[in-house]
Design a protein around this ligand. Structure first.
Ligand code: FMN
Length: 179
């Protein structure tokens, strides 16, 4: 029997991502798991307005969104726990500049390089709508058709109710094959 536990933000797990942008001072990273897909060519990242990264995203219009694997968790958790306004996080990850100028993390298995097309602001959040300009995938994590292989990428997931990281599961079926 189901129990109603009230109005709970419970649409999890979501992928953990590292959002990167250049600020006036330096490159900065934060962790974001409140991410989504809007249509087939746009994604959304929902960032609290008081984060240091937001100004860099607004100034440059360029941002990277990187998936995290298990090995990256300690660094990812760090950039998700201290603000660039207080500590310089620019050297946490080795990075290079992507084709549109956003900082791209070398060790991430998959990085989306994006440009901001809109900001759906709420009282406390910047909800940046991003167009994907490029997708960088570690070559060993591509399948035989040149597509990202998510079993190999093994992105770390997140859930808010107990604030935990989860691992990704196995493929359990092919879509549209159950008729
Ligand atoms: C697992 C995890 C997920 C997070 N997800 C988000 C998120 O989706 N949106 C957000 O605004 N902050 C999120 N945060 C918090 C920011 O990453 C954190 O406050 C960060 O230090 C802000 O950095 P900045 O001030 O340098 O931009 C998350 C933190 C953790 C640990």
């Amino acid at each position: 029997m189901q129990k109603n536990v009230g109005s709970l933000l419970a649409l999890y797990p979501t992928p953990v991502t590292i959002v990167g942008a250049k600020t006036k001072e330096r490159v900065n990273w934060l962790l974001a798991a409140h991410v989504g897909i809007i249509g087939h060519d746009r994604i959304l990242i929902s960032l609290a307005k008081n984060h240091y990264t937001n100004q860099g995203i607004k100034d440059t219009g360029k941002v990277s969104v990187a998936l995290v694997n298990e090995k990256m968790i300690p660094k990812a958790d760090y950039v998700g726990s201290v603000s660039g306004a207080k500590e310089d996080k620019s050297e946490v990850f080795v990075w290079h500049e992507g084709e549109n100028g956003a900082p791209v993390i070398d060790e991430s298995p998959l990085v989306l390089e994006c440009e901001v097309t809109d900001n759906y602001e709420t009282d406390t959040f910047d909800n940046f709508i991003l167009k994907i300009n490029a997708t960088y995938v570690e070559e060993s994590k591509l399948n035989e058709h040149g597509k990202p292989d998510y079993e190999k990428i093994a992105p770390v997931l997140f859930e808010f109710p107990t604030y935990s990281y989860l691992s990704c599961g196995k493929v359990i079926g092919k879509c549209l094959s159950f008729k």
